[in-house]
Design a protein around this ligand. Structure first.
Ligand code: UGA
Length: 428
């Protein structure tokens, strides 16, 4: 099928590349000339395992990039909207890019197509988009609006797209549902067919629930420390219960990224506007903020006043396998430490360039060994595999004090203690 993807961010590019790989004819559109230029050179502006290979495999015969939305929309059978919906000051979703795209689609509308919204949007937005398309079109041209929220995770985006746990289709007509099914005929996953508002709501409810799981396990980890229990075994013991499951029970410095914090805030706002105070979710966000302070308090317990102290941060990305530092708890922790006058040496395998844009005061190091030189404590904030295999014997020789605060319970505490480290994990 001839498909157009509006927006070449995470969701847009993964969607475009994977749909082209399946055999569709895909054009990805973006308003950023620099981005389109680099994509045409086969380069991707962010780190995502496996994505570049798929882009290269399909460009330029099945996958192309263009600044020209209008021409390409005219030729398309379906148009995916994958633009960002960031948080506004008050927590609500900023839909301005989405509405701009809707107007563009309206102006280009020439024959029947399905307009599919993949961006995370508050329930009711698809209908607003539909209205805008009608208002901006020549009139009397048939089209359908559909909602197909995306559940891919950064770091495993390609795998998540090709093998999703489920696919959600929200639409108003049989014709739209059948176009959606045809586009995704290569995926074998349960499909939930529903109305637009429900489809939109499923995305928010899913992200809010997962964020709740993370804050819940972080809260339990606090209690574990009070009572002498081990959070790793608590999570394991809970996870075997099929109703709970093992996923998203890893304690840490809190959830971050471009989705959970933004979507939780937006859902709180949506609930509030309808007259319901979503207290659980409010508390999930509060617990998440507290978690960063909790990690800092572990440092203080071991080092006393942090003013003037030199420490090392290993990991700046909001999780492993990404270079993304948006809402990263590691960045949040670093900011708290900087306010306290702590000096920080830092290393991340992929996220340092992005971190430099938001944290200019850190001393960025070429490798983890350099980052640990002369410091009084090492703080592990992102669960990169490479940190597990470091030569901690060698590192210990260059430290001022052998203290490791492992905010992800990533390292082997027992062997580090044997090496003479004061090892501090979370919830154990
Ligand atoms: C999340 C969802 O998992 C995706 O399904 C969704 O498509 C995406 O948001 C989105 O809305 O676009 P992502 O933000 O890439 O994906 O990252 P996750 O893997 O969900 O992790 C989110 C945060 O929670 C990270 O900071 C991670 O370190 C933290 N986390 C996750 C934990 O602290 N503990 C866990 O057990 C799991």
């Amino acid at each position: 099928m001839k498909l157009v993807i509006m927006g070449t961010g995470y969701v847009g590019l993964v969607t475009g590349a994977c749909l082209a790989d399946f055999g569709h004819q895909v054009v990805c559109i973006d308003t950023n000339p620099e981005r389109i230029k680099t994509l045409k050179e086969g380069k991707i502006s962010f780190y995502e395992p496996g994505l570049e290979k798929i882009v290269k495999r399909n460009f330029p015969h099945r996958l192309t990039f263009s600044l020209n939305g209008e021409e390409n929309i005219k030729k398309a059978e379906a148009v995916f909207i994958c633009v960002g919906t960031p948080s506004k000051e008050d927590g609500s979703a900023d839909l301005s890019s989405l509405y701009e795209v809707a107007k563009k689609i309206g102006k280009a509308l020439n024959n029947y197509k399905v307009i599919i919204i993949k961006s995370t949007v508050p329930p009711g937005t698809s209908l607003e988009v539909k209205k805008l398309i009608i208002e901006n079109s020549a009139g009397n041209i048939q089209f359908d609006i559909a909602s197909n929220p995306e559940f891919l995770r950064e770091g495993s985006a390609v795998e998540d797209f090709i093998k999703p746990d489920r696919i959600i289709f929200g639409a108003e007509t049989k014709r739209a549902f059948s176009v959606l099914k045809e586009i995704f005929s290569f995926v074998s996953a349960p499909i939930v067919e529903t109305n637009l508002a429900t489809s939109e709501m499923i995305k928010y409810a899913s992200n809010a629930f997962l964020a709740t799981k993370v804050s819940f396990i972080n809260a339990i980890s606090r209690i574990c420390e009070q009572v002498g229990a081990d959070i790793q075994d608590v999570a394991l013991g809970m996870g075997y219960d099929k109703r709970i499951g093992f996923e998203f029970l890893r304690p840490g410095p809190g959830f971050g990224g471009s989705c959970f914090p933004k979507d939780c805030k937006a859902l709180l706002k949506i609930a509030g506007e309808g007259g319901y105070e979503f207290k659980i979710l409010k508390s999930v966000l509060e617990t998440n903020e507290e978690q960063k302070l909790f990690i800092v308090s572990k440092l203080e317990k071991n080092l006393g006043d942090l003013k003037g102290k030199l420490i090392s941060i290993l990991g700046l990305a909001f999780k492993a396998e990404t270079d993304d530092v948006r809402e990263s708890p590691a960045v949040g922790v670093a900011q708290i430490l900087l306010k306290k006058g702590t000096r920080i040496r830092a290393y991340d395998p992929k996220a340092m360039e992005n971190a430099k844009k938001v944290l200019s005061q850190l001393i960025y190091c070429a490798n983890p060994y350099e980052a640990c030189e002369g410091v009084e404590a090492i703080l592990v904030l992102t669960e990169w595999e490479e940190f597990k295999n470091l030569d901690f014997k060698k590192i210990k020789r260059s430290l001022k004090k052998p203290i490791i605060i492992d905010a992800r319970n990533l390292l082997n505490g027992t062997s580090l203690k044997t090496l003479g480290y004061n090892y501090v994990g979370v919830g154990r």
